[in-house]
Design a protein. Structure first.
Length: 513
């Protein structure tokens, strides 16, 4: 299906910008801030800037910024975590250019935490052999960075920010190049926004699964829209399941994340009997790459019959934990867990998409004029398993590169208005959206989770195709309908890619291979 909409919709408004950014997280904001001041840019947020993966990011940003660290060491850790499937050229770009972007954030007054000597405080997370994770607000790096970048963007005369706007589809011209986008406001009205340069920075696909660390708005809208416009999606089987989502007796849609930094600061993984189980499984034990820890926790839960494991950080004092992990400490306390005295119940949850819209080193996709940055993009730096805290660095480095490429290629010259093709009218949708979404999430959480096998994937693909066919045979102008189409599209891509890769590598584990 080329477009979600049918011929029954009415266009209520038209507008024009030199550059359009979809997504107001770190990738979208930093890209916009690196654009030439001569280019009129609009940043569209699906809801508001405080509802994004970036805002929720706790751990920090990885970069070789200390005198005893080196980009080559960061390169090696990234390559090892990626299980041999990283694009080495892209990783070199990431680790070599990343430190300068950290310096720029410091100059922008992002409030990074400092040590007693006044230098950047650095911690370590899974897969890193050096303390190179810089952080802000203890465990609120994403929030503090987004707040700073958004404040600067709001002061730029060439940047407009619009909230509560849903990306429906990407429009292309007769040469299959970007000509604009179709959006929908909360009141249901449609708008055609003309532009020749479009940046997808919409984050990931957390709502594909029953439980995710992503906000509920992560319904894969940018990924699906790009695919409908002809962009290539790649490495979709590589889903990172964070080993330590905070377990809850009620299965919450959004899991609270217990940052890897907790283990970096000495937290130990234990089972219900208080026994450690990571020793001997990897040289870094609790700080092994995330895919290894997630599978180890899953295996231990199977072995013991428990539905969660624990993190023990009780060796630290309450004062230390309040200072270093204020967000985590407060949230756990709300749930009756004092992490200075009690073990933290955890289990693997969906966290991050390593695949996405395929891009080159300048964030260009296979569709002329279409760029992708952040989690929505697949730059090749993560391979089969993302190294902890490389995600925000990727947003910075490749967002800046996208802006630089756009500055070279585009100017404020007049362009033709984008047009939506004349489309047939489809029958009205008659589906129970809540039940349909719930069933789709059940399929993905059962057959495309930490451990997968051929029979389960084949069954899930068959069921997902039936859902997709029902959705595409009808139409409803609600955003809820459009989100379901997007979720079905991306779920099918994940399942198909997982079936086709008949090997266990990184985050993709096939128990039958």
């Amino acid at each position: 299906m080329r477009y979600i909409v049918d011929g029954s919709i009415k266009i209520a408004r038209r507008s024009h910008y030199d550059v359009v950014v979809i997504g107001a997280g770190i990738a979208g904001l930093y890209t916009a801030l690196n654009l030439s001041h001569d280019l009129l840019c609009c940043i569209f947020a699906k809801e508001t800037i405080d509802i994004s993966n970036s805002w929720l990011a706790q751990g920090g940003i990885a970069a070789a910024t200390s005198p005893d660290d080196d980009p080559e060491l960061h390169f090696r850790d990234t390559i090892i975590a990626g299980a041999g499937l990283c694009d080495e050229e892209a990783v070199h770009v990431l680790v070599d250019e990343g430190p300068s972007d950290i310096k720029r954030l410091v100059a922008m007054h992002v409030p990074f935490d400092l040590n007693e000597s006044g230098d950047l405080d650095r911690t370590r997370e899974g897969g890193h052999h050096m303390n190179r994770i810089v952080h802000a607000g203890g465990d609120a790096t994403g929030r503090e960075t987004v707040k700073t970048l958004a404040r600067i963007a709001s002061d730029r005369e060439n940047i407009e920010m619009r909230d509560n706007t849903f990306l429906v589809d990407i429009l292309t011209d007769e040469n299959y190049a970007v000509s604009g986008i179709l959006t929908q406001a909360l009141d249901g009205t449609y708008e055609i926004v003309s532009t020749r340069a479009l940046i997808i920075a919409t984050g990931g696909c957390g709502s594909v699964y029953e439980t995710s660390t992503n906000p509920s708005i992560a319904t894969a809208d940018g990924l699906a829209a790009a695919a409908r416009a002809g962009a290539e999606l790649t490495n979709m089987e590589f889903i990172q399941f964070h080993p330590t989502g905070l377990w809850s007796p009620t299965r919450d849609q959004r899991a609270f994340l217990i940052s890897e930094s907790v283990r970096g600061e000495g937290g130990l993984l234990k089972n219900g009997k208080g026994e450690r189980f990571m020793v001997g499984q990897h040289e870094l034990a609790e700080l092994a790459p995330r895919d290894i820890v997630a599978r180890a926790i899953t295996a231990e839960m199977r072995r013991t019959g428990e539905d969660h494991m624990y993190i023990d950080i009780t060796a630290k004092s309450e004062d230390e934990l309040c200072h270093r992990f204020p967000t985590i400490f407060t949230e756990c306390l709300k749930r009756g867990i004092n992490i200075a005295k009690d073990y933290i119940p955890v289990c693997p949850v969906h966290h991050y998409l390593m695949g996405g819209i395929k891009t080159d080193l300048n964030s260009r996709t296979s569709v002329p004029g279409l760029y992708a940055c952040g989690e929505a993009a697949c730059t090749g730096v993560h391979g089969a398993n993302r190294l902890a805290s490389n995600s925000m660095l990727e947003c910075l480095v490749f967002g800046r590169r996208a802006a630089r490429d756009i500055n070279r290629r585009y100017n404020s010259a007049e362009q033709a208005e984008a047009q939506l093709l004349k489309l047939p009218v489809r029958p009205a949708a008659k589906l129970d959206y809540a039940e349909t979404r719930k069933y789709m999430q059940h399929l993905m959480s059962t057959y495309a989770f930490v451990v997968r096998n051929e029979n389960g994937l084949i069954y899930a693909i068959g069921e997902m195709k039936k859902i997709q066919e029902r959705l595409e045979s009808c139409f409803d102008s609600s955003i809820e309908y459009a989100e379901l189409v997007n979720l079905a599209t991306v779920s099918l891509d994940i399942l198909t890619a997982a079936l086709n890769r008949r090997e266990s590598v990184g985050a993709h584990y096939r128990e039958d291979c």
